[in-house]
Write a protein that binds this ligand. Sequence first.
Ligand SMILES: Nc1nc2c(c(=O)[nH]1)N[C@H]1C(S)=C(S)[C@@H](COP(=O)(O)O)O[C@H]1N2
Ligand SMILES: [Mo]
Length: 197
Amino acid sequence: MDEDVTDIYEEFGDSRLPPGQRETEDFPVLSKSGTPSWKRETWSFDVWGAVETERTFDFEEFRDLPATTQRQDFHCVTGWSTFDREFTGVPFPTLAAAAGVRDDATHVLFHALDGYTTDLPLSDCMRESVLFAYRLDGEPLPEPHGGPLRVLTPHKYAYKGAKWVDGVEFLTESERGYWEQRGYSASANPWNEERYG
Ligand SMILES: Nc1nc2c(c(=O)[nH]1)N[C@H]1C(S)=C(S)[C@@H](COP(=O)(O)O)O[C@H]1N2
Ligand SMILES: [Mo]
């Protein structure tokens, strides 16, 4: 089983801990407004905007997409990082292929059940490590950490990873997400300490 796990941090080499961050042993929970409620029977995930085919997935349909398990590092903009969290889920490029991204798509806005949004350039999403994750350490993703489904962006500060994600919108120009509208960086590269926009 372990051979199937990809260690994503290796691409960051010697500077695994970004500047100004400290490692924590635990995995804190950070939410703008608590954990939203949802029901498995009515949960759905939408893909819309600049795509060939707008798609809606229920939980089982999402689980049928090809998945991967990766050990990832996680960097919160408030200064803590946690290493080697094992997530299972669907890589962003797999989901994008299922809808067919149009040529004029340039950006992505993730939508979540608590009203949270976050934006990224499409090019920053088209990597295997940008995961729609539904398992953590072999267990269903705990709700405080974004269960049933969250996004992970190990190459960005963690506010780019929407918990309770229920939709992804492909855009033809950039739009600002929740924290990006409130002064956090749109690019959010931890190795350049891009904390504020
Ligand atoms: N839907 C949603 N996603 C969110 C947030 C949020 O408040 N709502 N907070 C962000 C922030 S600032 C961080 S650091 C991480 C925290 O994830 P964790 O609670 O699993 O540590 O989720 C990000 N994604
Ligand atoms: Mo954060």
